[in-house]
Every structure is written in C-alpha cells, then in structure tokens.
Ligand binder design. Structure first.
Ligand code: HEC
Ligand code: HEC
Length: 285
C-alpha cells in the first residue's frame, strides 16, 4: 500500500515537472500558422457544441421571418460579421483569414445550427477562438435580427446577396458604438458590481489599466485603478462622486479633450455597473 502511494506521488510529481518544462520551456507553439492537430480540433469543436447546447436548451426563439428583421440583420451583418466570416461572393478581410481557428463560413452554419445556439454564440462569443462577444455592442433584438439574416444567408446566391445589399443601404454615418452623452450627470445610483466586472472586461479597460480582480494584460497606459474608491479626484480633475465616475467612464474626452482615454461607447447601465465594481476597490496595494 505504502509503495503504491509512493509510486503514485512520484508519477504526479513527474507529470507536474513535465508540465513545468513544457510551459516554461516554451515548447507549446502558439503560432496561428500551425494548425491544431485533427483530434485536438475535433475535441475543441465538440466541446464548444456541447457547451452551447447545454446553455440554450430552454431558450425561446422569436419570429425570425419578419422582413424588417431581415433587413436590419443584413445591415448589422455587413457592419460586424462579414469582415471575418465573408458572405456569398464576398471574401473575409485579410485579418479574418489569418485567424486560427479560421472563422467558419456561415452559410453552412446557418443551415445546420439551431437559431438559439447561434444567438447564444453571437451574444457570448467563443473563448480562445477570436469570435467576439456582441452582448455589449448589440441589443438582444439586434442579435436576433442577425441570426434571422444568417438563417436566410443559406438561400442566397452571390448575385442575390449583392442585389439585396444594394437595396438595403447601410445607415452610414451611424457609428457602430453609440455616441457618448455630452451632458454631465449630477448623481446617479450605482449598478451591480458583478455585472460591472464583466462589463470592464468587455470594454478594453484592462488593456490600459491594472484593475484588481479583472484578468487581462494589465498594461499601464493609464493609472492603475486599485484604491480608486478612496481617491479624492478622478483623473485629477473631477471630485470623486458616483455621478462623476459614471460620467468619466462614458465620456472622458468631454472632461479632458486631451485625455489618452477614448470614449468607448459604454452604455449608462454598463457604466453604473462598472462604477459599482470600481468602488469596491479600496486597497491601494
Ligand atoms: C474578428 C473575427 C470575427 C467576427 C467579427 C465575427 N466572428 Fe463569428 N467566429 C469567429 C471565429 C474565429 C469563430 C470560431 C471558429 C468557428 O467555429 O467558426 C467564430 C464562430 C462563429 C459561429 C459558430 C460557427 C461554427 O460553425 O462553428 C457563429 C454562428 C458566428 N461566429 C457568428 C458570427 C456573427 C453573426 C458575427 C457578426 C455579428 C460574427 N460571428 C463576427 C470570428 C469572428
Ligand atoms: C487607451 C487606454 C485607455 C482605455 C482603453 C481606458 N482608459 Fe481609463 N484612463 C486612461 C488614461 C491615460 C487615464 C488618465 C487620465 C487622463 O487621461 O486624464 C485614464 C483614467 C481613468 C480613470 C481615472 C483614474 C484616476 O486615477 O483618477 C478611470 C476611473 C478610468 N480611466 C476608468 C476606465 C474604464 C472603466 C475603462 C473601460 C471602460 C477605461 N478606463 C479604459 C486610458 C485608458
């Protein structure tokens, strides 16, 4: 018995050491030009499909046949999807083709996938694949519009897609992210900190700030946000109140036109949630 336990311990230790050598030694090749092995790809794809199925079993699907939905879906598809997934007769952009896994051709996906599964994937994205989550850029209604259009995509020839595209002008000039509000908000209540953590992750905040509890590259383009709850001023200018923090998050350039922090199209609800989270950060360390 003792010997068995010892053998087991040695095996675990060896496996751990191999893992360290593998990771620290840089043996895993992260190049997007090296394909996944076939079994690895199958496993990842299967895991993704099972994961989506589990989370969409009881979802209600609205009427996807309405003309207005399809037209809206086409506009949104052209703005947000064609760059990576292409369309009948339209190739993805250069960057879409260089991705691994490569973005699927959605004609086949539209034929095979349930609408609910597509809705879920578009809303939440696919981790570690490059498929973005659209939850914070499109409303649920708009996501259903896109799903309706992808379902229709399977029936369109390149000629029909081009014709439909010409008939459905993009509401051009309309930015993909909503315009930031200009008026300062005197004081608004804070939102939900947990939702805020997710929203912070989803608006590139950690590409510039160190934010305790939010995983990311934590670069230091902007000041670290630890202890933000206890600071007197925001960005050295605004008194640190919930209303001002929410205002800053939504529209920093209206406060300081030269700020290196861009307007990121944060909705009011998301900003209230983010502020709720940021006010939990009391420790300077
Ligand atoms: C930046 C590139 C990119 C953009 C933009 C993008 N996707 Fe994706 N998408 C991917 C990648 C990468 C995958 C994962 C590989 C795969 O399974 O196709 C994916 C997967 C999917 C899947 C699962 C397909 C399948 O058969 O596995 C659907 C559905 C999807 N995307 C729909 C959309 C829609 C709708 C839009 C526009 C709102 C969109 N995507 C925008 C890159 C992108
Ligand atoms: C491109 C980089 C960049 C991104 C992305 C960014 N910020 Fe900033 N942020 C800055 C810089 C730079 C400052 C310094 C203030 C200035 O420019 O006056 C700043 C300041 C701040 C401050 C005030 C900090 C202090 O010490 O007073 C807060 C709060 C803040 N940002 C929150 C956010 C949130 C929330 C997000 C995501 C929605 C975000 N930032 C995204 C660059 C960025």
């Amino acid at each position: 018995m003792k010997i068995r336990i010892r053998t087991l311990a040695i095996i675990v230790l060896l496996a751990g050491m191999l893992g360290v050598v593998f990771v620290y030694g840089g043996l895993y090749n992260v190049a997007a030009t090296e394909q996944h092995t076939e079994p690895m790809y199958r496993l990842l794809d299967y895991a993704m499909q099972r994961s989506v199925k589990r989370r969409t079993a009881s979802m209600e699907v609205p009427d996807l046949k309405q003309q207005q939905r399809l037209r809206n879906g086409l506009v949104l598809y052209r703005r947000n999807c064609v760059q990576c997934h292409g369309a009948p007769g339209v190739s993805p952009d250069a960057f879409g083709m260089g991705m691994l896994p490569v973005p699927a051709n959605l004609v086949a996906t539209g034929r095979e996938w349930e609408p609910a599964a597509m809705f879920w994937v578009v809303k939440h994205g696919i981790r570690m694949s490059g498929m973005p989550a659209w939850q914070y850029r499109m409303s649920d209604e708009e996501i259903w519009d896109v799903v309706a259009f992808v379902k229709q995509l399977t029936t369109l020839s390149p000629g029909e897609y081009a014709a439909l595209s010409r008939q459905t002008p993009d509401a051009s000039g309309q930015p993909a992210v909503p315009a930031a509000p200009s008026a300062a908000v005197p004081d608004i209540s804070l939102g939900n900190a947990q939702a805020g953590a997710r929203a912070l992750q989803q608006h590139l905040c950690v590409t510039c700030h160190l934010i305790p509890g939010i995983t990311g590259a934590s670069r230091h383009v902007g000041p670290p946000l630890n202890g933000i709850a206890t600071r007197t001023y925001i960005a050295g200018i605004l008194p640190n109140t919930p209303g001002n923090l929410i205002h800053w998050i939504r529209n920093p350039t209206s406060v300081d036109p030269l700020s290196a922090m861009p307007n990121l199209g944060v909705s009011e609800q998301d900003a209230r949630d983010m502020a709720a989270y940021l006010y939990t950060l009391k420790d300077i360390e």
